[in-house]
Write a protein that binds this ligand. Structure first.
Ligand code: TYD
Ligand code: MG
Length: 455
């Protein structure tokens, strides 16, 4: 009789404990530790044999130089933006977790991908949340080709495995991992142990049978993947579909990728005809007002492997409060405070009695330090109530002593701005190109005083 062991796992950070406790010692969150039942080794081997796994792969030792370096044979999902986030396409036998809030469009996107791929390979879509009719209706409404995609409504991982063995798909979708369950695990579906074991099992299946496996995972309010946080170590890639409910734009971002770079950004729009990829995202984030307004400036952010033009706005207004407000949306709050200190100390601009609001237009999140100079310029513009030229673009990092530091990929950023018709750029002096892009005036600045003068 196989022995079942239990462990206690934090569903926020995945830390394991031998016994239950109220607070996780690792991430300090409360009431996040729950009991999971570990399937003992003998039991899982028996299961695997039952599923026809035994003897499939013989482990052997090789020296590093004997390992086949042939390129990973990727195939396209049909969406260039999705391929880009995955590092150039889907790798056969990889397990990919696609996270997002309910309603973000995960099921829609995957249905479109699967209907497209089913034309050229065996594809199986497992729905555990929606009924087959619901999915079929959606496919019909979106006018997707429906003839070759295999559908299965099932939530038992073992059954899915058996059917997949018969159907031999090259690509599979599990929608969603939170409703999957395994008979061996005695806890409710959606619980940490069910999610963890199901995902581990499906990942193993993907590897052993060379099936590309997409697993849908829902995200909790605070943005972490419920449960699946603990399974990030077993999957190959994790991508996140984000977007606010009041905007039709969705961004797809790589969180983890064993086969490519992370932080790639893909942009989609949710339309009447399903998800459409946006090939020129700069254009949408830049839909600016006709009339220039104080406090608004355009910068070039670098997302993964490409530049993106976004507008940054600041509003500086005298505050009735003893503690004026500092609010930033889409930018880091700490950097805002830091820049205000730099402005005061090195620029002689006193904003201690002012409310300061900063915002990135279009719901984009900017984490780059290259946004510093643009935010600074926007604040100065709003504070002085002076509009900036519509054709001005700004980027650069600001240091604590007021120096303007260079940023990566300066040339490409300038090129992107020039492509979109910007005529003037204020950038770090160390980023100055040897020759200016045609039709563009580029001003290199060394410190805050230079920047104030250039304005
Ligand atoms: P869905 O793919 O079901 O989201 P998820 O699987 O991530 O929970 O998307 C549902 C939302 O998308 C829903 O609010 C309606 C909207 N939608 C459209 O706007 N257009 C469409 O063509 C489709 C299919 C959905
Ligand atoms: Mg869904």
């Amino acid at each position: 009789m196989a022995k079942t062991k239990t462990a206690y796992v934090c569903c926020e950070c995945g830390a394991e404990y031998p016994r239950w406790q109220g607070q996780c010692s690792e991430c300090k969150s409360w009431n996040t530790i729950s009991e999971i039942r570990l399937v003992s080794a003998t039991q899982s081997t028996r299961n695997d044999r039952y599923q026809g796994f035994a003897g499939q792969t013989q482990a052997k030792v090789q020296t590093l130089d004997h390992i086949d370096l042939a390129d990973l044979p990727r195939f396209s999902s049909g969406f260039r933006e999705l391929d880009r986030v995955l590092g150039g396409g889907i790798v056969p036998g990889s397990a990919i977790l696609i996270g997002g809030h309910p309603g973000a469009g995960k099921s829609t996107l995957l249905l479109q991908v699967m209907c497209h791929l089913a034309q050229s390979m065996s594809a199986l879509y497992v729905t555990g949340e929606e009924s087959l009719q619901q999915v079929a209706l959606r496919a019909k409404r979106l006018e997707l080709p429906r003839e070759n995609l295999k559908m299965l409504a099932e939530t038992s991982v073992e059954t899915i495995g058996q059917i997949a063995l018969q159907e031999k798909p090259k690509i599979m979708v599990i929608d969603s991992i939170q409703v999957m369950h395994m008979a061996d695990i005695q806890s409710a579906p959606g619980g940490v142990s069910q999610v963890r074991e199901s995902a581990a099992w499906l990942t193993r299946f993907a590897k052993q049978h060379h099936v590309a496996m997409f697993m849908v995972g829902h995200v909790t309010k605070d943005g972490s993947l419920a449960g699946p946080k603990v399974l990030e170590h077993c999957i190959d890639s994790s991508i996140l579909l984000e977007g606010s409910a009041d905007s039709r734009y969705r961004t797809l971002r790589g969180q983890k990728n064993r086969f490519g770079a992370i932080n790639e950004l893909g942009v989609f729009a949710m339309t009447e005809q399903g998800m459409k990829e946006v090939n020129n995202p700069s254009a949408i984030f830049l839909s600016r007002a006709e009339q220039a307004a104080p406090g608004s400036v355009v910068m070039v952010v670098w997302e993964g492997t490409r530049p993106l033009l976004v507008e940054i706005q600041a509003l500086v207004d005298s505050s009735p409060l003893a503690n004026p407000r500092r609010v930033s949306v889409g930018l880091e709050q700490n950097r805002l405070s830091m820049l205000l200190a730099v402005l005061h100390r090195h620029g002689g601009l006193q904003m201690a009695d002012q409310d300061v609001f900063a915002n990135v237009v279009g719901g984009v999140r900017v984490t780059e330090t290259a946004a510093d100079l643009a935010l600074l310029v926007a604040m100065i513009s709003s504070f002085r109530d002076q509009t900036l030229d519509q054709d001005l673009v700004v980027f650069g990092e600001v240091g604590l002593s007021g120096e303007i530091r260079p940023v990566a990929n300066g040339q490409e950023r300038l090129h992107e701005a020039q492509k979109h018709g910007f005529k003037r750029a204020i950038i770090p002096i160390a980023n100055m190109p040897k020759t200016n892009p045609p039709g563009m005036e580029v001003i290199g600045v060394k410190n805050l005083a230079d920047a104030l003068e250039a304005l």
